[in-house]
Design a protein around this ligand. Structure first.
Ligand code: SF4
Length: 582
């Protein structure tokens, strides 16, 4: 049994991947952690997704297959190199995993990244279980090299984290393909000045046309006929309908099967066209499928990406001979379940937009909170007690918005705490009635996107109190290292960014910089009090140790070393249980 994430890692290894990189983000994080365990490749956590994609592209151009992983919002960060990578092509295979999060289990929005595949003109695979995740990862590398283009592999939370049966080859028998290493100079292809890019723009379209042909016969797109009784009025298709077809992709495929196989009154016969390649779509295959079915459902989570394209070809239009049912029956908000799909098919209770089926047992609400003993509770208490406006950021510390702290006023995306506080300051100026504003950001997020915002604030001479809540790890996604940790992937010792040198390099006056021990409540409060009343850019690093990571460090025999590196006093660890990382 493998999770989707583990299967992708295995698929990448079997495909001979040379480099794996990414930024941790639920639900994608475990892919790189699993890949790191395999031999004969280089893995890193990069400081953000744009950097990771650029590292992966560089590796591919030099002849090494590369896997780049990120969650859906990470693709927003990587969008700049993404669109141009379609123009340069890749040389060795480059596969980009976008892990989407329907229902926002741990995300700030619910975007459907199939739109990125269309907009960036990059093919996209979407597996429906772990076995397909393994196969499609290998197929994605082959397609990437054959058509000289980056290829997306889209997963969703349900696939990433659930386990299913996978036939695994004996590693000793796996012949890992090895692309010829070496970089061949080719400025017309790799230097995207406008004159070169215009030529490559044409090539991108040629590749997409060729890929659309590939999709027509690729085994990832397949039709399956389930036996059963002929559809009757229990299916929304209506009385007399004899041929019901479903077009679907990804995890919803499993719900479709379940709904028809376990229909009230016994299994209902249905043909299912499962699209393993969701961009480009196999138009002729879909048109033929529609022509031979009276009623076709399009069952897809989130946006009507497939449905919109299918309707644009005239399928489902009056007189087309096919009744097409999509988002008029299925919600476009939230994760699907077997119940949601069954309701959309007319085999159960109607599904409301974004509805989830209530659990059989009433479960008491369990709102996420900072862990008991989290070193950064003191900061939130101090900010709350001073009544400050707090511009917050992504990570565990977003939980500062909830009781008992109630001390966060904005949260948008990675790094926005600093830049949004900057914007507030630019508007409020020196109005004596203005509230005191502070930005709070975790150390990993600070390295990801906060540094550029801080540089901007220094350069533009703003007033701002910027607080890095440093726990020496990327806690929310499972304690991955970052450039403030003193470790890199695999807990290998590494250089760590020095706040005093950083403050000097950014021109922050000595009196506007402070570094305090997060566990010293009095010092934290006093330093915030002092810096809050100053002018100009103020940088405060509050250095602590995540209690979750401390347990892991203890098991690895590295706790004392890390405490020493971070010059923390020896404090008793609090035994924590219950909800933690949010
Ligand atoms: S995981 Fe670590 S940093 Fe996050 S809330 Fe818990 S103790 Fe604090």
């Amino acid at each position: 049994m493998l999770s989707g994430n583990e299967a992708i890692a295995l698929g990448a290894w079997e495909a001979g991947v040379a480099v794996g990189c990414g930024y941790p983000g639920t639900p994608s994080t475990e892919i790189l952690e699993a890949l790191f365990e395999y031999p004969d490749l280089y893995c890193e956590w990069s400081v953000n997704e744009k950097v990771a994609l650029e590292v992966g592209l560089g590796a591919a151009l030099a002849g090494g297959r590369a896997l780049v992983t990120m969650k859906h919002v990470g693709v927003n960060v990587a969008a700049d190199p993404l669109f141009t990578a379609a123009y340069t092509g890749v040389n060795a295979g480059l596969v980009i995993v976008t892990a989407d999060d329907p229902s926002m289990h741990s995300s700030q929005n619910e975007q459907d990244n199939r739109h990125y595949a269309i907009a960036a003109k990059i093919p996209m695979f979407e597996p429906s279980d772990a076995a397909e995740a393994l196969e499609f990862t290998k197929a994605a590398f082959e397609m990437s090299e054959a058509y000289d283009t980056p290829v997306f592999l889209r997963t969703t939370t349900r696939l990433s984290h659930s386990k299913s049966v996978v036939e695994v080859a004996d590693p000793a028998t796996v012949e890992r393909p090895r692309h010829e290493r070496g970089f061949t100079k080719n400025p017309a292809k790799y230097v995207m000045i406008p004159g070169n890019a215009r030529g490559r723009r044409v090539v991108v379209e040629e590749h997409l046309r060729a890929l659309a042909e590939v999709a027509e016969t690729h085994p990832a797109n397949r039709i399956e006929s389930l036996p059963g009784r002929v559809a009757d009025t229990t299916v929304t298709a209506g009385a007399g309908s004899t041929r019901v077809g479903v077009i679907t992709s990804g995890v919803p495929y499993t719900y479709v099967r379940e709904a028809f196989e376990n229909a009230p009154g016994g299994p209902i016969a249905v043909d299912i066209l499962t699209l393993g390649i969701v961009h480009p779509l196999p138009r002729r295959m879909i048109e033929e499928f529609a022509r031979t079915h009276d009623t076709v459902y399009v069952v897809e989570e989130l946006d009507p990406v497939i449905e919109t394209q299918v309707r644009s070809w005239g399928i489902g239009a009056p007189g087309s001979g096919t009744r097409l049912i999509g988002k008029d029956a299925f919600p476009s908000i939230g994760e699907f379940s077997a119940e949601v799909v069954r309701a959309g098919l007319g085999l159960g209770a109607p599904a409301a937009e974004g509805s989830r089926v209530a659990p059989a047992l009433a479960v008491p609400p369990r709102p996420p909170v900072l862990c008991a003993g989290c070193p950064h509770g003191h900061v939130y208490a101090a900010l709350r007690d001073k009544g400050m406006v707090v511009s917050g950021d992504i990570g565990c510390y977003s939980l500062g918005v909830l009781p008992p702290y109630n001390a966060m006023d904005t949260l948008v995306d990675m790094g926005a705490s600093i830049t949004m506080a900057h914007g507030m300051d630019a508007v409020l100026g020196h109005d004596p009635a203005r509230p005191t504003i502070a930005a709070v950001i975790g150390d990993s997020t600070f390295a990801h996107s906060g540094l550029t915002g801080l540089l901007n604030a220094c350069w533009n001479k703003r007033d701002g109190l910027y607080i890095v809540l440093d726990n020496g790890t990327t806690a929310m996604t499972g304690t991955q290292p970052n450039p403030l940790s003193g470790e890199r992937m695999g807990r290998e010792d590494a250089w760590a960014l020095s706040y005093p040198y950083l403050a000097k390099a950014f021109g922050i006056p000595d009196e506007n910089f402070a570094q305090v021990d997060a566990h010293d409540r009095a010092a934290v409060t006093a330093t915030i009090d002092e810096l809050a009343d100053r002018r100009g850019v103020r940088l405060l690093a509050v250095v602590g140790l995540c209690v979750i990571e401390a347990k892991e460090l203890s098991k690895a025999g590295k706790l004392e070393d890390k405490r020493e590196d971070r010059r923390l006093v020896h404090l008793p660890l609090i035994d924590v249980g219950g909800p933690g990382r949010g």
